[in-house]
Design a protein around this ligand. Structure first.
Ligand code: NAD
Ligand code: TYD
Length: 335
């Protein structure tokens, strides 16, 4: 019976993962280890209260004692915890290096001591850098991170690979493209724009809006992480993507039309410094070796996500009371 330490399980992807795995596999117990930064929210887990197979531990991956204590009896580790927002990393890279690099090193040491059967490092396609107009990221694409966020994630990936190589540590790495879905913190494009538009506020499109992202529903990503945990080979990297490339401005106009809002709410603002132009994933290795494939069509997933944000305005309002909204103005100034 697996007892999995899931780090960052109160965040967007982690909370979706925990919910999905608890319902699909009755033999699994989860220790959900999260220090509840601005992005971690116990409200994301409220429906799991009282579930005897889910134990929440408030702890910090950069704290060796807390990590060691939580690791007792753990058979596997799935590591989601991170500072995850590119704009914040441009403003201050310190927490990104501390959490994403040092935190991963501390977790790796504790997982090695505990002799876990499998360790999954949840990484990102952003470690590969930016694509031109053609081509896709494969697992062989050299790492070329461009933002402090992606550099810190690439640093963590390199440590994981080094531990796997040096200590024969049973680690796999997953690299996924941009996720969307319920419980995503409204600083990322889709939840920010949806929540702004629901309040009849404008949406800030960076630069010319022609940057491309490859969108994947969070539950497809979670299924991929689970498949990598169950069937991934130590030392291997698996890319996940939605085969769904959309320029930001096209996505913005789609959101406006789905919400019945006028295009006058589009506000073109100064571009993000060092902005990656295009991400797109070749996920054929995960398909052939893990038996995984993205299942949620973008139109259905987006409609369900919008419905979720409409039904959960109190969740968004509670978050908006925190300081995050000032990040945009602090970094780029008023447009
Ligand atoms: P998120 O910001 O929503 O959640 C991160 C969680 O980690 C929060 O609950 C936070 O409290 C926790 N955390 C942060 N620092 C911690 C620390 N020091 N100790 C313990 N917990 C800590 O992020 P997300 O979007 O859910 O991303 C989860 C993971 O997936 C990250 O590793 C990210 O790099 C990766 N990823 C995200 C995307 C995406 O589109 N969001 C795509 C690919 C990969
Ligand atoms: P984001 O959700 O921050 O994810 P990432 O930077 O990790 O890809 O941004 C997605 C895309 O949307 C990216 O090209 C930046 C752009 N963007 C805007 O144009 N305006 C915004 O307010 C935000 C948050 C993002």
């Amino acid at each position: 019976m697996a007892r999995i330490l899931v780090t960052g399980g109160a965040g967007f992807i982690g909370s979706n993962f925990v919910r999905q795995l608890l319902s699909s596999d009755p033999s699994t117990t989860i220790v959900n280890f999260d220090c509840l930064t601005y992005a971690g929210n116990l409200a994301n887990l409220s429906d799991l209260a009282g579930n005897p197979r889910h134990e929440f531990v408030k702890g910090d991956i950069t704290n060796r004692e807390q990590v060691r204590a939580a690791m007792k009896g753990v058979t596997d580790v799935i590591h989601f915890a991170a500072e995850s927002h590119v704009d914040r990393s441009i403003q201050d890279s310190g927490p990104f290096v501390h959490t994403n690099v040092i935190g991963t090193q501390i977790l790796l040491d504790a997982a090695r001591e505990a002799k876990v059967a499998k360790y999954v490092q949840v990484s990102t396609d952003e470690v590969y850098g930016s694509l031109g107009e053609t081509g896709l990221f494969t697992e062989e694409t050299p790492l070329h991170p461009n933002s402090p966020y992606s550099a810190s994630k690439a640093g963590a990936d390199m440590l994981v690979m080094a531990y796997q190589h040096t200590f024969d540590f049973p680690a796999v790495i997953t690299r996924c493209s941009n996720n969307y879905g319920p419980y995503q913190f409204p600083e990322k494009l889709i939840p920010l724009f949806v929540s702004n538009l629901l309040a009849d506020e404008s949406v800030p499109v960076y630069g010319d809006g022609m940057q491309i992202r490859d969108w994947i529903h969070v539950l497809d990503h979670c299924r991929g992480v689970e498949a990598a945990w169950r069937r991934g080979k130590p030392g291997e990297v698996y890319n996940f993507g939605g085969r769904c490339e959309i320029p930001n401005i096209q996505l913005t106009k789609l959101l406006l039309s789905l919400l019945g809002k006028p295009e006058t709410l589009i506000r073109y603002v100064k571009d993000r410094p060092g902005h990656d132009r295009r991400y797109a994933i070749d996920c054929s290795k995960a398909e052939s070796e893990l038996g995984w494939a993205p299942q949620v069509p973008f139109d259905r997933g987006l409609a369900e996500t919008i419905a979720w944000y409409k039904a959960n305005t109190a969740w968004v309002a509670a978050i908006k009371n925190k300081d995050y909204l000032s990040y945009y103005e602090k970094q780029y100034g008023k447009a």
